[in-house]
Design a protein around this ligand. Structure first.
Ligand code: ADP
Length: 855
């Protein structure tokens, strides 16, 4: 602190550093030549520097060499006064007081202290003032003025508390303890010492802690609690530095020795007392010296060494008397009285007892006792105040704890509320979110579903579009194909129809040509008939296909003699061979594996139509070799028909095509031209399917062809019918004399019937319409049979039939129609016909039908 105000810090530091090095040697040796060298060092410095050096010297020497310290202190005081430095003066006065205190010159110490306090007050140095008050207290304690000691100490205490200097506070508290200790109040003293120790420990002030341990050790020793005393004293000794603080160290040694003395460990005690005494002596501490000698004397006394005891105690008494240590003198006097009494020197013993009493009274006089009471009261008040403080602090603490608890609770509640709110908000948001999410999820899934459906629809649509496109493409192709086929068909048809028509027209003309030879005319007639039949076939095919196309193809299932039917067709083709000039191609039949009377339930007309188509093709496409027609029974309980030829054959890739309409597979440019509409196989295929069978072929070009077809529901039962051959003469005989009513609006048709029946002796009555027919029938009672055309003007055949049936239900009526519709037949039967014939009327059929109704 003192350096702060010094202007020449740098120079001073060098000087001080030099002095600091030199001073211990000088102090330690107590050599005057060193002192002189120090003095000469001071002479070369400025006044300010000199002042600082003197103060440092004085301060460093105050406990170890108090007299020198006083000398330098006085020099410094004079210099500071000259320099008018009150702060330095305060400092110097304090050092001087301490030095006087060490040598036991309490009056001088008090004098300097008062000066120090005045200077410290003038410069407002509170900490310096506190130190002065403390020393004031210590000195008053030593001289037994406890009241003053306590006053000063309390003043120091209040300032230090205000300043918050803990080191100083610990010191003051400990010194307060000292006051009570010297006054004999050990428990109170111990209380203060413990407080002091706590403060020092808090701030880790080693010096303070050492002093507190020492004080506590001394108390425990006084209280006969030696173990505790030794523990505390040893703690103290461990923390103390012998060189730095010889008086403190010596005091602790003294206290340890006292413990040993009380335990009658006399030799050990003496060792401690001697060591302490040496240390006190080394620093000239008279009170310490007196004290250590007192205890050493007591040790001698306890060791029954009364001479040494008396010598030591009297030396102690002298020193204590010099320092006016009354409390110590009380003890020494008492000890000396005891020693002399023990030796039997009662005069000296009485002398010291008297001394002891006087001194004790002066120290513990009535006035002092009153003071003690007052002090006790003050202590109690102080203690209570502390208690109150503690309580209020505790209360405050509790209050604050309560407040803290309340705050914490409030905070916790707030936190819980906040958390609850957050949780609630979170929950609501979560619910909202989850609701929203749920809705969203629903929406998403709905959308996804919709998307999937849409995708499906799209795919379906695409598929449909593809299908439709395919269908359309197919339809387009089909339309194109059918267009192509129709064009081909028309071209073909025109050719197919024109060819026979040319022949018919041409040869009909020749027949009526007068220039034509008579014998050639029968040949012409033949040609006309053949071409007429060819034309008829073409028309039939076209009609059949149109029936199939319109789904109106109907069948009449009856029991059919299979072999007979095949033979009929074969017979027909034997004649055909002639026309085609293919008599060199035999037609073989093969019925060996089936019974001759084999009959199945099927449509006889359609079966013959299928066989005719196949045989017609076989003959058409075969130039050499043979044709075979046969039946077999296959594993599926079906009847298998086949027509085999050795003709040109068909390429496998065209096998499926030939069953299509208007398909002619043989290229006219590669092969010769074959007549045909390209409808035969298409019709046959449809007919087989309608009758419940299948049709296929086996063929290779150049190796001939075999067409197969099956028909179901055959019955293996022999036919009762005998095979009959048409015998025209026999029928003619039967017809002879009969009257036949022919209802026909077309004259040529009537002429044809008339020509067929010219060989028979029949009377024909021609009715040109239905109405005429009815009138004629009603007027001619001898009519045997009626041939009724359906399509006629005025009244059609079926109406006329119905009218006739009303008057005659038995008269045979054979309906004769150009219509090919099957339901025409049904309608005819419904109107009451007896039989049915389709145009063109063939002679054989006409004769057979008529003969059926004639007996
Ligand atoms: P078309 O009236 O032209 O004979 P089809 O439908 O009966 O009509 O026959 C179709 C085509 O099948 C014929 O044009 C011919 O090319 C072929 N075809 C049919 N049968 C035979 C066969 N037995 N041998 C060779 N080719 C045949």
């Amino acid at each position: 602190m003192q350096f702060k105000k010094f202007p020449y810090k740098f120079i001073l530091r060098i000087t001080l550093a030099t002095l600091t090095l030199a001073l211990p040697l000088w102090v330690g040796s107590n050599n005057s030549s060193n002192q002189d060298s120090a003095k000469s060092l001071l002479e070369s410095s400025t006044n300010e520097q000199k002042l600082e050096v003197l103060i440092t010297y004085s301060n460093n020497l105050k406990t170890k060499q108090p007299h020198e310290a006083i000398e330098y202190g006085n020099m410094a005081a004079a210099l500071a006064l000259n320099l008018n430095k009150p702060d330095k003066l305060a400092q110097i006065q304090l050092i001087l007081s301490k030095a006087f205190y060490v040598i036991g010159s309490y009056d001088m110490a008090l004098d300097h202290l008062e000066k120090a306090e005045a200077f410290y007050s003038s410069v407002n140095d509170s900490l310096g003032l506190t130190e002065a008050y403390q020393i004031h207290g210590q000195i008053y304690t030593r001289v037994g003025n406890f009241k003053k000691a306590l006053d000063y100490t309390q003043n120091a205490y209040s300032i230090v508390t205000h300043l918050g200097n803990k080191v100083r506070l610990a010191e003051i508290v400990r010194e307060t303890g000292n006051i009570y200790f010297y006054f004999g109040e050990k428990a109170i003293a111990l209380d203060f010492y413990q407080k002091s120790l706590k403060i020092s420990e808090e701030i880790k002030d080693i010096s303070g802690m050492a002093k507190a341990y020492n004080n506590m050790g001394r108390i425990y020793s006084e209280m006969q609690r030696f173990d505790l005393a030794l523990e505390n004293l040893k703690n103290s000794l461990a923390l103390k530095n012998k060189k730095e603080d010889p008086i403190g160290y010596a005091n602790t040694l003294l206290n340890i020795g006292t413990v040993k003395l009380n335990r009658f460990e006399l030799d050990k005690a003496k060792t401690f007392f001697i060591e302490a005494n040496l240390l006190f002596t080394s620093v000239g501490n008279q009170e310490g010296m007196a004290n250590s000698l007192y205890y050493l004397g007591r040790s001698f006394f306890e060791a029954k060494k009364s001479n040494q005891a008396i010598a030591t105690l009297e030396e102690a008494w002298e020193l204590a008397f010099q320092t006016k240590s009354k409390t110590l003198l009380v003890n020494i006097s008492k000890s000396l009285a005891n020693v002399y009494a023990d030796r039997g020197d009662f005069r000296r013993a009485f002398q010291f007892y008297s001394e002891y009493n006087t001194l004790r009274d002066s120290v513990f006089s009535d006035e002092k006792r009153k003071l003690l009471v007052e002090l006790e009261a003050r202590y109690q008040i102080q203690a209570k105040q502390r208690q109150i403080e503690l309580l209020s602090k505790e209360k405050q603490l509790k209050q604050s704890e309560k407040t803290t608890v309340r705050i914490v609770i409030a905070l916790l509640i707030s936190l819980i509320l906040l958390l609850l709110s957050l949780f609630y908000i979170g929950y609501v948001r979560f619910r909202y979110k989850s609701k929203a999410n749920f809705k969203l999820m629903q929406e998403i899934s709905q959308r996804k579903e919709a998307e999937t459906k849409l995708q499906q629809y799209k795919l379906q649509l695409e598929h449909q579009v593809e299908e439709r496109t395919r269908d359309l493409q197919a339809a387009k192709e089909k339309a194109e194909e059918s267009d192509r086929l129709k064009t081909a068909f028309l071209a073909n048809m025109s050719h197919e129809i024109r060819t026979p028509m040319n022949a018919i027209v041409g040869f009909s003309f020749l027949l009526t040509d007068p220039e034509s030879a008579e014998d050639a005319k029968s040949e012409y007639t033949k040609i006309i008939r053949n071409n007429g039949e060819m034309l008829m076939n073409i028309i039939n095919d076209i009609l059949d296909i149109s029936l199939i196309e319109s789904g109106q193809l109907k069948t009449k299932i009856r029991e059919v003699q299979v072999i007979e039917t095949i033979n009929e067709v074969v017979l027909q083709f034997e004649k055909e061979k002639e026309k085609l000039r293919k008599l060199h191609i035999p037609i073989f039949t093969d019925f060996d594996t089936v019974p001759q009377t084999l009959a199945i339930n099927t449509d006889r007309v359609r079966l013959k139509q299928i066989l005719s188509n196949l045989l017609s093709n076989a003959l058409k496409f075969t130039e050499n070799g043979s044709i075979s027609v046969g039946i077999r029974m296959n594993d599926d309980d079906e009847l298998l028909f086949y027509v085999k030829d050795t003709g040109i054959g068909i390429a496998p890739e065209k096998h499926s095509l030939i069953f299509e309409r208007f398909n002619k597979t043989h290229d006219p440019e590669q092969n010769k031209f074959f007549q045909g509409t390209g409808l035969g196989l298409a019709i046959s295929s449809e007919l087989v399917k309608t009758l419940g069978g299948k049709i296929w072929l086996d063929s290779m070009p150049g190796r001939g062809s075999t067409f197969y077809f099956t028909l179901p529901n055959f019955v293996l039962q022999p036919s009762k019918k005998e095979k009959t051959k048409t015998d025209f003469s026999k029928i003619s005989e039967k017809l002879s004399g009969k009257t036949i009513l022919v209802a026909e609006d077309v004259a040529t048709n009537y002429q044809l019937i008339k020509a067929f029946l010219s060989s028979a002796n029949v009377e024909l009555i021609w009715a040109k319409n239905g109405a005429e027919a009815v009138t004629i029938f009603n007027n001619h009672k001898n009519i045997d049979i009626i041939l009724m055309d359906v399509q006629m003007p005025v009244m059609d055949g079926l109406k006329a039939l119905q009218k006739i049936r009303k008057v005659d239900s038995k008269i045979p009526v054979i309906v004769n129609t150009a219509f090919f519709m099957t339901d025409e037949m049904e309608k005819s039967y419904a109107a009451g016909c007896s039989d049915y014939m389709t145009k063109p009327i063939r002679k054989e059929e006409l004769f057979l039908k008529l003969s059926n109704f004639l007996s």
